[in-house]
Design a protein around this ligand. Sequence first.
Ligand code: TIU
Length: 224
Amino acid sequence: MITVDAQPFAFSFPPEKVALIVIDMQRDFIEPGGFGETLGNDVSRLEAIVPTVGALIDLFRAKGWPVIHTRENHAPDLSDCPPAKRLRGNPKLRIGDDGAMGRILIRGEAGAEIVDALLPIEGEYVVDKPGKGAFYATDLPAILEDLGVTHLMFAGVTTEVCVQTTMREANDRGFNNLLIEDATESYFAAFKQATLEMIRAQGAIVGWTAPLSALQAAVSGAES
Ligand code: TIU
């Protein structure tokens, strides 16, 4: 076991049974002109974590541990986009509309791709998801079962929407979950902070949180 100095207490994981899930590091959430901005958000906060997410992915690649990338997106005919999702609120552009990076949140369009710095490499998994959670209507459950993993680490955006939803889904399915604090971000600083606290409250009711440095230190310690 490798033990990470985490909150609310140490997170121990078997290195042969861990995977990283990187949630929705897509241009549509992180760059101007995409879905995040059409919802009225300042997207600049999210770009700042790209190097940290990259360092986390590098650690998993160096160890040969599985990396799973998710993308929130929809089919070009919107058949997997509930009208309730598309019509919600009063965004400048709705899902499927033409934006600066192609059709908003549509599979195959430039905006729906993962940012260049974090593109998956051969052998990594990419899970396309129509919802906020990565377990709903996807092949993620089958991938995790095939891998035989019991412990998951999480990164990506946004902390309180797709990351938290997926962590809760994973928690209910029996996984032990660690969120890497500086590898996740929200459009709202207060929501990120609240989410970190919610996750680890009540004796890790949803999971644990730790900075990337704590994971790196634990992995280095286990190697020496
Ligand atoms: N709007 C927002 O905060 N997030 C999303 O719509 N999707 C994800 O979090 N990926």
